[in-house]
Design a protein around this ligand. Structure first.
Ligand SMILES: [Zn+2]
Length: 330
């Protein structure tokens, strides 16, 4: 099989069929097949061709066309190519894809978390000849604290500030649900923005219980009269919101952010009072460990620190590695 990038898509070209992974451009039936690793918007497009994804990804994506939904661990045929999804533990429904043809195997990691998190154990890579791995945090300076340490830090900061209004700003899909669960564990039920409520409903449907107050709830108007705790998607959280809520609740307002980028930035210029190093991705050491465990003899890096991570794989593991480029042949 050939591996290359074509605009935003990762392309796997087999003998009889071509598979486009996480293409942001819609794939047509004459192009081949499409596969979507998870429902974050930078991995989605409304493909017209037959598209592979897990059923939670389909539900979270809000797409209308019925795709070919796959289950973790089961193998499906796309003409000559076969594809198997494995849990990537990044968000609900996220998948790594193992693509095989004539005894050759290619593993596409998608976004994954190779450390235990609020909801999941660390993800396990299946073994493969070739690995295409995300490298969002593929620089040695990105080493995250464990989820237990971060959760403890969040819990004690929330308790210290219980007389104040606290607004966590988070990605609406994935991070927000983890924060809701962290707050639930200390008996708090946060207010959430409408988009977070919609995604959370699907988390609950798939067995991950969450307790929150949605904007459609009758309790909402009552709760916002006094200091409250909320998890809002990032687009709603602007510095001026602090002033509005402060006047409304007659209490100080604190803005908190949780992201892996908190290693680099405090986000104070955006009105953030506290940032937590809390990511849905793998940190540098976990990425290296994942590559090693995949047993791949050739690695292509995609997203983020592609050059640096390829260099580090070669240096630390002695494996042939390079960024996946927009060319027809590698
Ligand atoms: Zn993602």
């Amino acid at each position: 099989m050939k591996v290359y990038k074509k605009s935003s898509a990762i392309v796997i070209e087999g003998k009889e069929s071509t598979l486009y992974l996480d293409s942001k451009k819609a794939i047509k039936p004459e192009d081949g097949f499409a596969a979507i690793s998870h429902a974050h918007s930078d991995h989605l497009a409304g493909h017209k061709s037959e598209t592979v994804m897990t059923s939670p990804t389909f539900e979270l994506s809000g797409m209308s066309l019925k795709p070919k939904t796959v289950k973790y661990g089961k193998t499906y045929k796309l003409d000559g190519i076969s594809i198997t999804a494995y849990d990537a533990k990044h968000i609900l429904g996220s998948a790594q894809f193992l693509i095989e043809e004539d005894g050759e195997s290619i593993l596409y990691s998608g976004d994954f978390r190779a450390a235990s998190s609020v909801f999941y154990e660390a993800c396990e890579p299946p073994e493969a000849d070739i690995l295409i791995v995300e490298s969002t945090y593929g620089h040695p300076r990105y080493v995250f604290p464990s989820v237990a340490e971060v959760v403890e830090e969040i819990e004690s900061w929330v308790k210290e500030n219980k007389e104040k209004t606290i607004i966590f700003s988070a990605y609406a899909l994935g991070k927000a649900q983890e924060l809701i669960r962290v707050l639930n564990n200390i008996s708090l039920s946060p207010l959430v923005s409408r988009d977070i409520a919609a995604y959370s409903e699907l988390y609950v449907k798939h067995g991950l219980n969450l307790d929150y107050v949605s904007p459609l709830s009758e309790d909402w108007d009552e709760v916002i009269k006094k200091p409250f705790i909320a998890v809002m998607s990032r687009r709603f959280v602007k510095p001026e919101i602090k002033k509005i809520i402060k006047e409304q609740t007659k209490s100080p307002v604190l803005l908190a952010l949780s992201t892996g980028w908190a290693i680099d930035y405090s986000f104070r210029s955006q009105g953030v009072d506290k940032s937590f190093i809390f990511s849905g991705h793998s940190d540098f050491n976990q990425l290296i460990d994942y590559v090693e465990r995949s047993q791949a003899s050739k690695v292509f890096t995609v997203h983020g620190y592609t050059d640096e991570f390829a260099r580090q794989i070669k240096r630390r593991l002695g494996i042939d590695a390079k960024p996946l480029k927009n060319v027809q042949k590698q």
